[in-house]
Design a protein around this ligand. Structure first.
Ligand SMILES: *Cc1c(COP(=O)(O)O)cnc(C)c1O
Length: 388
């Protein structure tokens, strides 16, 4: 009776792939050296592993290895990028542009900078979740130093047009940062072709370990300066001090390697399953898909369901499937998702929303069960409301 719910919350995190774990294990016990120890074999082994990881990650986004700075994840990478640029460039201007549908790890550093006197523009999105490129261009001013636009949204899966955004930044000489936590390993990323100056990555959304990520910082055409946010032993070119976490870095490397190898087949497989689930949910009346229908992550499905109480829906489903609702729990309150609000949804409709995140280990059998159960639950909740 204690069967665990089916996991469809892969935008929150993913299970680690066993092939990733295999590669990591020797670096906890045997090759445990500090990559900064230059006097002995233990240090050299760790240093070699870190070097190899830097190369794989650099190849994955088409940059050079010395442009990769390891961090504890995408939250830290976003903080380093946004605060680090603000601090390094404030004499050139104090205006930053971002988007209303960004992750909290971008929005909150921006709020913080606002308190310090920076001016932040939070661009709205269109009904499909995409930004309006004309509006973006009009928002840029001579004192704009940075634009931060995520590659793939963590709630509605929407993929922003990075090459077009990059071209606008290039034209107006604005630095372009992108949070690619949800995008790496799922869509091709090329920082040259997309004219990206800073790119945030994380391992745990692609079957790698939690607690490791990276920030790409461009070093030529132009050379981007950044102010360190963690000071100490001078690791990572003194941009991010702290002993490198070799096992996590090794796992990050393997996770990226696997994700790239399997990207094409997985994207095809996951989008087929997603479409199957979507089709089944859309047999119900008053169910809407949130976000652009094609410019979207293959494993993402976010739907709003009219006429049901979101809390009751989640309660009815929680023993069957692990997924997220259209609300974000902070420490004290439940608030409707700022992303769904930015699409123009009412609080009520935002609460009555579900986010399905399919992944590498999602099977078609699981999708069949979930589809049927979600449909049943919605129908019985609606029935109960009518009878009441
Ligand atoms: C998960 C996520 C983050 C946070 O990443 P961590 O590595 O957990 O800090 C940031 N941005 C987006 C878009 C995410 O999906």
């Amino acid at each position: 009776m204690s069967q665990r719910p089916i996991y469809l919350d892969c935008h929150a995190t993913t299970p680690m792939d066993k092939r990733v774990l295999e590669e990591m294990l020797p670096y906890f016990t045997e090759h445990f050296g500090n990559p900064s120890s230059i006097n002995h074999l233990y240090g050299w082994e760790a240093e070699a592993a870190v070097k190899k990881a830097r190369e794989t990650i650099a190849n994955a986004i088409n940059c050079s290895p010395e442009e990769i700075i390891f961090t504890s994840g995408a939250t830290e990478a976003n903080n380093l990028a946004i605060k680090g640029i603000a601090e390094a460039y404030f004499s050139q201007g104090q205006h930053i542009i971002t988007v209303q549908t960004e992750h909290r790890a971008v929005l909150d550093p921006c709020h913080y900078l606002e308190k310090l006197g920076f001016e932040i523009t939070y661009l709205p999105v269109q009904k499909d979740g995409l930004i309006d490129l004309d509006l973006l261009e009009k928002t840029i001013r001579p004192e704009t130093i940075l634009l931060s636009v995520m590659a793939a949204n963590n709630e509605i899966g929407v993929l922003q047009p990075l090459p077009e955004i990059g071209a606008i930044c290039q034209k107006h000489d604005v630095l372009f940062h992108s949070d690619a936590a949800q995008a790496i390993g799922k869509i091709p990323l090329d920082v040259q072709q997309m004219n990206i100056h800073l790119l945030s990555l994380t391992a745990h959304k692609i079957y790698g370990p939690k607690g490791i990520g990276a920030l790409y910082i461009r070093r030529r055409d132009p050379r981007v300066n950044i102010a360190a946010q963690l000071h100490g032993g001078g690791q990572e070119k003194s941009i991010r001090s702290g002993t490198l976490y070799t096992p996590q870095i090794v796992g990050f490397r393997k996770a990226i390697e696997l994700a790239l190898q399997e990207m094409e087949t997985e994207n095809k497989r996951q989008s087929q399953l997603r479409n199957q689930l979507q089709k089944q949910l859309l047999t119900l009346e008053d169910v809407y898909v949130n976000g652009h229908l094609t410019q979207r992550l293959p494993g993402n499905l976010n739907v709003s369901i009219e006429g049901v109480d979101g809390a009751a829906l989640l309660l009815g489903l929680q023993s069957i499937v692990a997924l997220s609702s259209g609300s974000a729990c902070t420490s004290t309150t439940t608030k409707p998702s700022h992303v769904l609000k930015a699409l123009g949804h009412s609080d009520k409709l935002a609460y009555g929303s579900l986010r399905f995140g399919l992944g590498r280990f999602t099977t078609s059998q699981e999708i069949e069960i979930v589809g049927q159960q979600v449909v049943n639950t919605i129908q019985s909740l609606r029935q109960a409301t009518v009878n009441y």
